[in-house]
Ligand binder design. Structure first.
Ligand SMILES: C[S@@+](CC[C@H](N)C(=O)[O-])C[C@H]1O[C@@H](n2cnc3c(N)ncnc32)[C@H](O)[C@@H]1O
Length: 275
């Protein structure tokens, strides 16, 4: 039985990082591809109202989108993300999830597949996205979908954004990374939480040792090292994206996001590098 509800976390610092990079990479792909086949393995319900029992509970968005929404700096990735959010949520009464963001950016020639396992979230997803005709919502396990339903001769853009409420999710991510050749030239974006810096360093070091060589790792620490439970920051694995400028653009983004989102002065610096 799954208890995770993304509504408790929507718009937090992790969503901000993930959605800025997702938008940037999707738009970059659109420059080279007339149509994209996109899969979101863990979709959530797509739309999170600020006035709701979920978002009001911990108000995590106050440490995320609310810290950056009035951004007046020069970073194009942040400005672009904020413009897209404004276009989607005209009255700014909800924060859009990844399926709504990508549906809004997509063209009719793109095909979007949204997997969500949780029945209630799935029902809301269908409702929240009902105006889009180039999408398919699937009430299924996103990891199984990747294993069993993909045409491995095709190239996809895949977002893998599990809740990590069960440790198994890390094993499943490792399994995907051990079998990357199966995905050919597909572009993959994986999000993960930094719950504890020591464990996180081990996870990344193990990954580096695999010697895969086409993974950019973006880590954004937000809270300094302590024994407290909860997320200290989050990271992304950006796989098979080859344009040279990506590293430069993401480094600039990491510095800017860190200034706006970090919660302590002694928190570790962000990292953007090839593993
Ligand atoms: C972190 S949230 C997704 C947030 C969304 N990608 C976004 O950025 O707006 C993870 C979602 O995955 C769902 N979920 C958990 N296990 C799953 C699985 N094995 N397959 C598909 N969905 C799953 C949860 O119900 C939850 O809605």
């Amino acid at each position: 039985m799954l208890s995770y509800k993304h509504g408790f976390h929507a718009g937090n610092h992790a969503d901000v990082l993930k959605h800025i990079v997702l938008i940037y990479l999707y738009k970059l792909q659109k420059k080279h591809n007339k149509s994209i086949s996109y899969i979101d393995t863990h979709s959530g319900n797509g739309l999170y109202k600020y006035i709701s029992k979920y978002m009001e509970k911990n108000k995590e968005y106050k440490h995320g989108i609310k810290k950056i929404e009035k951004y007046v700096g020069e970073n194009k990735l942040i400005k672009n993300y904020l413009n897209i959010l404004k276009n989607i949520s005209k009255n700014n009464n909800f924060y859009p999830g990844s399926p709504l963001i990508i549906s809004s950016l997509s063209s009719n020639s793109d095909k979007l597949y949204f997997c969500e396992l949780h029945n209630n979230e799935f029902d809301s997803l269908k409702k929240n996205l009902n105006k889009f005709t180039n999408i398919k919502n699937i009430n299924t396990d996103g990891f199984e979908y990747l294993e069993k339903k993909l045409d491995y001769n095709k190239s996809y853009f895949i977002l893998i954004d599990p809740s990590y409420e069960i440790k198994d999710d890390f094993f499943k991510i490792n399994h995907i990374l051990d079998n990357l050749e199966k995905y050919g030239s597909s572009k993959i974006l994986i999000w993960y939480p930094i719950l504890n810096y020591e464990d996180n360093d081990r996870f990344i070091e193990n990954l580096r040792k695999k010697g895969i060589g086409r993974i950019i790792n973006f880590e954004l620490p937000i809270i300094s090292n302590s024994k407290d439970r909860g997320m200290k920051g989050s990271g992304l694995l950006i796989i098979n994206f080859k344009e040279n400028k990506i590293l430069r653009d993401l480094k600039a983004l990491s510095k800017e996001l860190h200034i706006y989102l970090k919660q302590n002065d002694d928190v570790y610096n962000p990292r953007v590098r090839y593993l």
